[in-house]
Design a protein around this ligand. Structure first.
Ligand SMILES: Cc1cc2nc3c(=O)[nH]c(=O)nc-3n(C[C@H](O)[C@H](O)[C@H](O)COP(=O)(O)OP(=O)(O)OC[C@H]3O[C@@H](n4cnc5c(N)ncnc54)[C@H](O)[C@@H]3O)c2cc1C
Length: 496
């Protein structure tokens, strides 16, 4: 089996492939594992591009098995922040999204009693999602049956509500609040086009301490995954970019690298970008109406302008959180391609391993258009100049919240949508593949196909066949695929 890509999905496909007795070779264009689950070091600081929360971190969770099977959970320490995010207002108020739903409800009601109805709806949605207790296949049979029966009744009870909320976006829900700060906070807490059901589940996981932050961040997890794969005898070729999937008479027969080397294979799995797989590696020859419509109409996770700062100070006054906070700017400012009236900041003070003693890594993550940076990059000098200018501007804006910070910034680093695209190959720099919107929320119940129409022996796994993306999904996608392949071969699927 040839696997394209050593991100979470590709490495997991390799692990489950090896566990099931397949010979696997991964071809990865970068020089390291992990794909989007990555970080980089600058002058003693580590800037993390991915992990905020890892769903399934709790040993009680039905998802925890995947982290054990893939070598990520053993020995990993998780931090459970008391809050997800906070939005500071110009009027001195702060809206805090606590992980505990009861505390959250009390706080939101005190902040905006006139918004009792949407607040109660939000809390009820979290509690509905928390009621789903899925069985793990590793649990004893009786526990499994008990949980399956309970889940069935939970679906019976909440099915209608569940469907109703999948059709409501974050933006629509935010507009139900009359308090302007609460409305703002709900708009920025997560991607506005996203279905609300996702937000409910996020808070349900937080309330169950099942979405911890792993100390060390993203890269150690990617390295653990790579180690597990290699320990099982898997082979990886780095710095090998796949240009084409070779096909003969409707069957995949191997790959061609950009240096024109050809490698034959019994099966080819692409765990790389979906658009590149279907439209470049396969030349757009194996598409059906469903896939075309998906690539024509489904919205993507936005691309990012990612500014990392190494700051020579601690931020003990800023509470540890999953996603940081935002503050209002004194006046709206154009940062790169968009006017911004608030600045989101994520202080990584939950993880001392990311900065030297007494210092802190700080990330500012802003939505930014891929096309804007692509145009700038037509002239490399202008592109670089814009990046430098952006870093300087962000530091200046941070002065409004942290006076004196300009003198404390020791390192700055700017990644644009083009950086994400260059390093991971993701289409238009999308950072998590497809958004889950009311249009495609059905994929939460009925997963997408992992086979390719009209082509045998060729498969896909990873975030481009799993709307919503994320690390657990990448692993489950690879696991689901390998179960399918084992079924094709009449083998019993093994996870040990
Ligand atoms: C800022 C940010 C925050 C995030 N936060 C979280 C979080 O808190 N929790 C969470 O669960 N998830 C989070 N995610 C999402 C998560 O990182 C991704 O959904 C997941 O890593 C996707 O894994 P993947 O294997 O499907 O794809 P990728 O990671 O994109 O892997 C694809 C791999 O294929 C390789 N490749 C591409 N093209 C080729 C080619 N032609 N030849 C060879 N190799 C190729 C790439 O180099 C890459 O290694 C976050 C992502 C970002 C960017």
């Amino acid at each position: 089996m040839i696997i394209i890509g050593a991100g979470f999905a590709g490495l997991a496909a390799g692990i489950y492939g090896r566990l099931n007795g397949y010979r696997t070779e991964i071809y990865e264009m970068h020089n390291q594992p992990g794909g989007l689950c990555t970080s980089w070091k600058r002058n003693g600081y580590t800037f993390d591009a991915c992990i905020h929360w890892l769903v399934g971190s709790s040993p009680e969770s039905n998802l925890h098995n995947i982290w054990l099977e893939t070598g990520i959970a053993p020995g990993r320490e998780f931090v459970y922040a008391g809050e997800y995010y906070r939005a500071e207002g110009a009027d001195g108020r702060t809206i805090i999204f606590y992980a505990d739903p009861d505390l959250l409800e009390k706080h939101l009601l005190a902040a905006a009693p006139e918004d009792k109805k949407p607040i109660k709806d939000f809390i009820a949605g979290i509690k509905m999602s928390a009621a789903f207790d899925f069985a793990s296949e590793k649990e004893p049979l009786l526990t499994r049956i008990r949980k399956q029966v309970r889940t069935f009744f939970t679906f019976m009870k909440y099915g209608k509500e569940f469907r109703r909320w999948t059709g409501i976006t974050g933006e629509e829900f935010a507009s139900r609040f009359s308090d302007p700060l609460l409305r703002q906070a709900f708009r920025e807490i997560w991607i506005p086009e996203f279905s609300m059901i996702f937000l409910f589940f996020t808070f349900a996981y937080l309330s169950k301490r099942n979405a911890g932050y792993p100390i060390g961040g993203s890269m150690p997890m990617s390295e653990a995954l790579e180690k597990r794969y290699r320990d099982l005898g898997g082979v990886i070729h780095y710095n090998k970019r796949v240009a084409r999937i070779l096909t003969t008479d409707g069957r995949a027969t191997g790959i061609r690298l950009i240096d024109c080397t050809e490698v034959s294979a019994g099966r080819v799995i692409s765990a790389a970008d979906g658009h590149a797989t279907l439209f470049d590696m396969l030349d757009g020859k194996f598409l059906d109406k469903k896939i075309r419509e998906q690539y024509d109409t489904w919205p993507l996770f936005h691309s990012l302008l990612f500014v990392s700062l190494g700051v020579n100070r601690k931020f003990d006054d800023v509470p540890v959180s999953i996603s940081g906070f935002s503050f209002p700017l004194k006046e709206p400012v154009m940062v790169a391609d968009k006017m911004r009236d608030r600045l989101p900041v994520h202080i990584f003070n939950q993880d001392p391993t990311l900065a030297p003693d007494g210092k802190t890594s700080v990330i500012i993550m802003l939505e930014s258009d891929h096309g804007y940076w692509k145009k700038l990059a037509e002239d490399r000098a202008i592109y670089v100049q814009k990046k430098d200018e952006t870093a300087r501007m962000i530091i200046r804006l941070l002065e409004q919240r942290f006076p004196g910070i300009s003198d404390q910034v020791e390192v700055s680093d700017v990644a644009t949508p083009l950086t994400f695209e260059r390093i991971t190959g993701n289409w238009k720099g999308s950072f998590e593949g497809w958004l889950i919107t009311p249009k495609n929320a059905y994929t939460m119940m009925k997963p997408m196909e992992q086979t390719i129409p009209g082509l045998q022996n060729c498969y896909m796994c990873g975030q481009w066949v799993e709307p919503g993306g994320g690390l657990p999904t990448a692993i489950m996608s690879a696991r689901r695929l390998m179960q399918h392949i084992c079924r094709e071969d009449g083998r019993k699927f093994r996870t040990e």
